[in-house]
Design a protein around this ligand. Sequence first.
Ligand SMILES: Nc1ncnc2c1ncn2[C@@H]1O[C@H](COP(=O)(O)OP(=O)(O)O)[C@@H](O)[C@H]1O
Ligand SMILES: [Mg+2]
Length: 269
Amino acid sequence: MLAVMSIPPTTDRVAEPAIQVQGLEKSFKQLKVLRGVDIDVARGSIFALLGSNGAGKTTVVKILSTLLKADAGTARVNGFDVATQAADVRESISLTGQFAAVDAILTGRENLVLVARLRHLKGPGAIADDLLRRFSLTEAGNRRVATYSGGMRRRLDIAMSLIGDPPVVFLDEPTTGLDPEGRLEVWQAVRKLAEGGTTVLLTTQYLDEAEQLADRIAILHEGRILVNGTLNELKQLLPPAEVEYVEKQPTLEDVFLTLVGARAEKEQR
Ligand SMILES: Nc1ncnc2c1ncn2[C@@H]1O[C@H](COP(=O)(O)OP(=O)(O)O)[C@@H](O)[C@H]1O
Ligand SMILES: [Mg+2]
């Protein structure tokens, strides 16, 4: 009779959160930016770190991606300690900053092939084509990035950061500066990422972005996480809404997208 192989205990990496942050502190001279930040991010989920300008969102992302050292606290990414296993953390992540890092002189495809080559991956052309398809850039792939819209550039930027399939992706304000259509395009790309099993930590100052995308939302304010939960959990923190009879007015975004969407359809005909 064959011995039944024992299943490894739950110490394996899959069981623990993709990102674990405890008591993170960071000051720049007198300025205490982080005063004890705790975060857990489950594998394959989208986590939004929400905060106004200067709240410390980029500082958190920089510490998690080993670009900056914390003064106190611990952080683990993909099971690795950012302070003592920095190289393993870097192998596990990608970081897309607020400003697109693509080369505008090259085509979208050339940008992707270049990065795949730099990473010594086999079949850079096939990797590029696959990413172009996943981010709906196949048709634009052979055009110079200089001709791309903001949304297309940002999508290409995210696609570039996925070369090598990192399990954890940091997106620092992925849609800041984009027009409404560009934002929707990037949101779709981010959703697809998480559907594919990638863990996404994004920072944003937009409430609607967190609302639309995130499985969990944490609000960073004055150096601490004020609240952390699902959208529904956060909504329950406020007293129940009073029922009033009001006409629901469309938002400006509804109006904009309806008009622009209608026109785009007309032009296609
Ligand atoms: N290298 C640095 N030196 C000094 N102050 C910094 C540095 N990086 C960030 N800060 C300050 O820390 C605070 C938080 O910055 P940041 O993490 O970039 O905020 P956010 O990304 O939420 O806008 C800001 O007041 C910023 O000016
Ligand atoms: Mg920032």
